[in-house]
Design a protein around this ligand. Sequence first.
Ligand code: NAP
Length: 535
Amino acid sequence: MHPEQGSPYDVIIIGAGFAGLYGVHRAARAGLRVLGLEAGESVGGTWFWNRYPGARCDVESVDYSYSFDEDLQQSWTWTERFAAQPEILSYIDHVADRFDLKQRYRFGQRVTAAHFDDSTSTWTLGTEAGDEYRSRFVVFATGCLSAPIKPNLPGVETFAGEELFTAQWPEEGVPMTGKRVGVIGTGSSGIQVSPIIAREARELTVFQRSPNFSVPVPNRPWTEADQQEIRATYRQRREKSYYAPAATPHAGLQTKAVELSAAEREEAMEDRWNGGGVLFNKVFPDQNSDLTANEFVRDFAVAKIRAKIDDQTVADDLIPTDHPIGTKRICTDSGYYEMFNRPNVSLVNLRREAIEEVTPTGVRTANRFIELDTLVYATGFDAMTGALLRIDIRGAQDARLGDTWADGPVTYLGFGIPGFPNMFSINSVGTPSVMANMVLHSEQQLDWVLALVEHCRAQGIQRAEVHAEAAEKWTDHLMEVAEGTLFVKANSWYMGANVEGKKRVFMPYIGGFGNYRRYCDEERDGGYPNFELTA
Ligand code: NAP
């Protein structure tokens, strides 16, 4: 290790995505001695790594952007209603330059170890490059979907063709013309990348283990009139979002599906389907808690999907039957189902014919051998806990986070973990995060954590640690809220079900961003009653 000289930082923030970047800005503005560490070579986080063609956000661009600076908000122009990855990345880069944040970061520094020293109440962080940094507080803004998984298929290492991951797509892009391409995975990433590949490739084979529901993204350029309207009403838009269930200004219907007439339901669903994005998950207030209401939405979606597909036996394979609609993340696509009408695209249903092995030249299933030049893995992430647990984190008395969370993750409001003083996790288990607009969520998270850090500095507090009972209570509450919904019925990544051996618990807080934010406000305004603050 090469320890950095000098006194410890007040706070080190790991990650240069939306959350980390705002945190570094916010901390610097507050006069804290702050350092950012980032594994990538530049800013962007999720949007730095996930450069696959077709990558596009499922939240409207004008909402999925920072609100902390009115000049920034008024001066940036989003070109499209749902922004694509290059535009989001250039926005983040612009923000980093505008607030001069890159100079506060060390890039290419993947943190591999974080150890707390009881005697000095400081953290020492070690990186893959062999460097070492010390800090009073540490903030893990390491992302919810940032630990990609490569499936453990027989022969997977033998493939001699081109191997690509949606989560680590080469920056320079990859030509697909004339190639025989296989895509493994039909979640949001696979569903977005496949139609683009299909347009170029000689043949595309989609390997599907579980189908997902997808809603078409009704993308369009913002017009000049839209731009003016957005600028004039931005503040109100944000005011509506700050305590809204999903941190966007869009409110769902208040009337339960079961209380509406068939015609009213149809109209509401048509409206939300056309609205696009993840909003279709929130047409009715009872849609995610009542199976009858959920069935209305499901039947509507199924009819829409069937209408796009020529061969109804293919449609049978593409329509999920194993989970209530929305209990796995609804995907958003541009021509996914229609793609299966192309002569160069075929679907392999792995439930009928599992992959037996990957060979140097392709994939062998139970029924056939498919020759491939390129194999794309869109196989998901060890969500929410993966990025933290891949780091050797040790808290007070050398306790390992992996051991502490052996029976499932326990946090208080997502931020605090008992036994891990002066450490905060952001957008973590126990927060609405992935259920909400991540950008406003990230602002809320960093504002809260850094207010606590500032409080400690002002009061001469050296050690802040959440009470174990508070974390247990919050974790029980989390599960209790989830159990009142249909979400617990799906084998989703929300439940940790996509990772072998991972404890099955519902990880996000499903009680809504506004409610969550009120809990956080109460804790802060009450002087942090659930934390042990030691001078
Ligand atoms: P994902 O939803 O977890 O999908 C992974 C896919 O890979 C699933 O279809 C999974 O099948 C399949 N898979 C995994 N291991 C496999 C194996 N051994 N053999 C065959 N198939 C295998 O991951 P993702 O698509 O990257 O999306 C993750 C999340 O990122 C999304 O839910 C969303 O929150 C976010 N995201 C958002 C956008 C957007 O804003 N539009 C775009 C991309 C990602 P099983 O289901 O059977 O496990």
